[in-house]
Design a protein around this ligand. Structure first.
Ligand code: EPZ
Length: 435
């Protein structure tokens, strides 16, 4: 396993180009199953998760060609309606195959994703919505086996109990080819869902309400492939904004959508950062002193849980105490003990973390447990004095395109090396479930 070696204490200055959004690319890639033919997608980030999704599509019978950030996919034929365990265990977003396979083939066999490092990650709402559309499921052998009586899904009125992001996406992808109208209430409102809806509409789907808590879908008989460019990754962007703030730097992000980041920008301004917004740029200038910020993660348009660990890293530098409450996942504070190894003083009581800022961070060897926790440790290492090694890099490779190159281009002293097994003996652990 590789590791990142960071020699911290250097302010980051310059320009960072933002890549396409992982959490939009994944549903959009699997949505290509809804329209037989050749699809052309652009601004697709080069990530391990994207490769995993393309592998899954290949297993299903849909070959792809990747050239830079452009992907061509041929979904003319579907030979297997299955998302196997060996792929799902690496990327839980494979569960998104349920809706499109049921809509395209009338059946789906998807390995249960199981829990992961940040929580149990149930899919009850996915199944509830798809059953309302006419799917029947049985669980056996660790798989969800679904089929559609009569071959075609039927429009329905669905009320979700939880605004689940991938649950909303699964149900939407099934509803667009169902017979008749579907009204789906209590849905998630994330920008990635709006991007998926825009892609589906480009292929001929009839969808109203994307970005609100209610979707109205008129099912159509067929969809036709249409080109689409993936929207910018707001979480990657937020991560680099924190990189500028935590190192006392001055960074300008390009190819970004400021409106997708409002709660993060608000928190950074409260921390004392100066932010300058353009139509597709954001400049962050770090303050002399970071101010403490209290925040609570919420479904969009609230503060995103995927930025919680990164803001916590910044709050370790603040003058005073910050309180961070995590309301989305039950176990998303695993970066805390690792940040404390770098000299932070963070205590956790249930879903609430208290960060006592102002203590100097000093480099150490730390270990990532999930994607955003990994980012948090890199950010802290950039601010810490001395050398920090972040182990288990495969987490970062899942969600941050060209991370090292982008950091090096703005002055970070970071390098990647093969992890020396003598460095730190810790009990062998199974791969943390990809989140
Ligand atoms: C998506 O995961 C994202 N992943 C996550 O990003 C993100 O953290 C999360 O949404 C919340 O914003 C992708 O889009 C691929 P949820 P998802 O279903 O859809 C509960 C990252 O770092 N729930 O919205 O799996 C669940 O337990 C990843 O990029 C049910 O109870 O998250 C959780 O508490 C991490 N029943 C809450 O809803 C269900 O059927 C939100 O989960 C589904 C979810």
């Amino acid at each position: 396993m590789d590791k990142i070696v960071i020699r911290g204490g250097r302010p980051l200055n310059g320009t960072v180009p933002i890549s396409g959004a992982k959490n939009a690319a994944l549903p959009i890639l699997i949505a290509t199953l809804l329209a037989p033919g050749e699809h052309r997608l652009s601004n697709v980030p080069r990530l391990v998760d994207v490769s995993s999704m393309l592998s899954l599509l290949g297993r299903i019978g849909c070959p792809s060609l990747v050239h830079g950030n452009d992907v061509r996919l041929d979904t003319s034929r579907v030979s297997f309606c299955e998302a196997p365990y060996d792929l799902v265990r690496k990327m839980r977003a494979s569960v998104l195959a349920l809706g499109p396979l049921l809509a395209r083939c009338g059946e789906a066999h998807v390995s249960l994703p199981g829990g992961c490092a940040i929580g149990t990650r149930p899919i009850d709402q996915h199944l509830k919505g798809l059953e309302a559309l006419g799917a029947r499921f049985e669980l056996s052998g660790g798989y969800v086996h679904g089929h559609v009586d009569g071959g075609r899904l039927q429009g329905a009125h669905i009320q979700l109990d939880v605004p689940t992001v991938t649950g909303t996406e699964n149900i939407l992808m099934a509803a667009v080819l169902a017979k008749g109208e579907s009204r789906i209430e209590g849905v998630a409102r994330e920008p990635e869902i709006v991007d998926l809806a825009r892609y589906l509409q480009g292929m001929g789907a009839q969808i109203e309400g994307a970005g609100t808590d209610t979707l109205l879908v008129q099912g159509v008989d067929t969809l036709t492939p249409a080109p689409h460019s993936i929207l910018p990754d707001r979480i990657e962007a937020g991560t680099y904004l924190v990189a500028g703030a935590i190192t006392g730097g001055d960074l300008t992000l390009t190819g970004v959508r400021p409106d997708d980041l409002t709660p993060v920008l608000t928190a950074l301004r409260q921390a004392g950062c100066t932010l300058t917004l353009g139509s597709d740029t954001i400049r962050v200038q770090a303050p002399e002193r970071i101010s403490p910020v209290d925040l609570t993660t919420l479904p969009h348009p609230g503060f995103p849980t995927d930025m919680q660990a990164q803001l916590m890293a910044l709050m370790t530098m603040a003058d005073g105490e910050s309180h961070i409450t995590e309301t989305i996942f039950e176990n998303r504070f695993m970066h805390v003990p690792e940040l404390n190894r770098l000299g932070a003083r963070i205590s956790v009581d249930g879903n609430r973390a208290t960060v006592t800022g102002g203590l100097p961070l000093a480099g150490a060897t730390v270990m990532a447990t999930d994607l955003r926790a990994s980012a948090s440790l890199v950010l802290a290492g950039l601010a810490a004095s001395g050398e920090t090694e972040v182990l288990r890099l495969y987490h970062l490779d899942r969600g941050y395109e060209n991370l090292l190159e982008k950091l090096q281009a703005v002055g970070a002293d970071v390098s990647r090396t093969a992890d020396d097994p003598r460095v730190r003996q810790f009990p062998a652990k199974t791969d943390a479930q990809a989140v």
